[in-house]
Design a protein around this ligand. Structure first.
Ligand code: B12
Ligand code: SF4
Ligand code: SF4
Length: 215
């Protein structure tokens, strides 16, 4: 039922958790929180064909699409792009939609690095979903950790992400591969490779990221 509402837009229900007080979900009476996200290429294709007018940003399109569905489902939508930011990565781990990788990004057991979060829907009732969770941490047994050595400026040290190093590199001509193909560290991860975004979608991401850091 929930999935059917979202699938025409390329959004997927990625997980669910029963809300506890220390989750600090800012909705009175919230019982279940359902993570709505995207994986693979589909949502980008829906965005390209459904956004209106052509200047609508992905966040604006997301909210314009999800708000009416949330209303229909009698749920409250929370978004990852509000300020101050809400701890989406932590909540996504609560929803069993991913584990923390050495990159700091959550890794999904099936879709690897190639997924994102678009909203949490908070319900005043218990919701159950059948989604692939995966019992084992996907990084368990990845002895070579290629994600940590792929970045040309070593922006990841396994503990934190050096935004300045990455951003500084992206300003240089030598960073063309990062701009054209996508972040080398994310691309180095073998989990869920078949869900990787297209070159065009990677470029969209890198432009959005560069603009957010350097605006
Ligand atoms: C601020 C932010 C950033 C900042 C990070 C600042 C920093 N100090 O590291 C910048 C702009 C650099 C950034 C970059 C990216 N981000 Co970002 N970012 C966010 C945002 C909006 C808020 C994070 C936050 O403050 N949370 C609240 C605090 C309380 O929680 P926290 O866990 O302590 O937050 C920290 C981490 O989230 C971390 N962080 C955020 N993004 C990233 C990216 C990497 C690689 C790492 C290691 C850490 C990191 O910075 C936060 C502050 O210290 C979240 C959305 C959200 N609401 O969570 C997305 C989010 C975390 N980002 C995401 C992604 C995918 C990226 C990018 C990889 C791609 C992109 N968006 O273009 C890039 C990395 C660039 C690259 N090389 O490809 C995804 C992660 C999905 C996942 N699987 O975990 C999120 C959840 C957005 C989403 N809608 O899905 N991001
Ligand atoms: S390359 Fe290995 S350690 Fe790095 S995120 Fe992927 S599975 Fe985890
Ligand atoms: S975008 Fe390029 S410079 Fe930035 S972390 Fe990824 S590989 Fe490193």
């Amino acid at each position: 039922m929930i999935e059917q509402k979202f699938s025409p837009h390329g959004f997927k229900a990625l997980g669910v958790f029963n809300i506890e007080a220390n989750d600090n979900i800012p909705v009175d009476g919230g019982v279940s929180a359902v993570l709505i996200g995207n994986y693979g290429r589909e949502m980008f294709e829906c965005y390209a064909s459904q956004r209106s007018p052509l200047t609508q940003s992905m966040d604006e399109w997301t909210q314009a699409t999800i708000d009416p569905i949330a209303k229909e489902l009698n749920a409250t939508a929370l978004y990852p792009f509000t300020t101050p930011p809400m701890p989406f990565q932590k909540w996504a781990r609560r929803a069993k939609a991913g584990r923390q990788s050495p990159l700091g990004l959550n890794i999904h057991p099936v879709y690897g690095m190639w997924h994102g979060y678009r909203a949490f829907l908070v319900f005043d009732r218990k919701i159950e979903l059948d989604v692939p969770a995966g019992d084992e941490h996907p990084c368990f047994g990845c002895a070579d950790t290629p994600c940590l050595t792929a970045c040309p400026v070593e922006a990841f040290d396994g503990v934190q992400y050096d935004v300045e190093k990455c951003g500084g590199h992206l300003m240089k001509v030598a960073s063309m591969d990062c701009h054209n193909k996508g972040c080398a560290s994310r691309l180095a991860c073998p989990v869920g490779e078949e869900y990787a975004y297209t070159a065009e979608q990677m470029q969209f991401h890198m432009t959005a990221f560069s603009n957010s850091v350097w605006k």
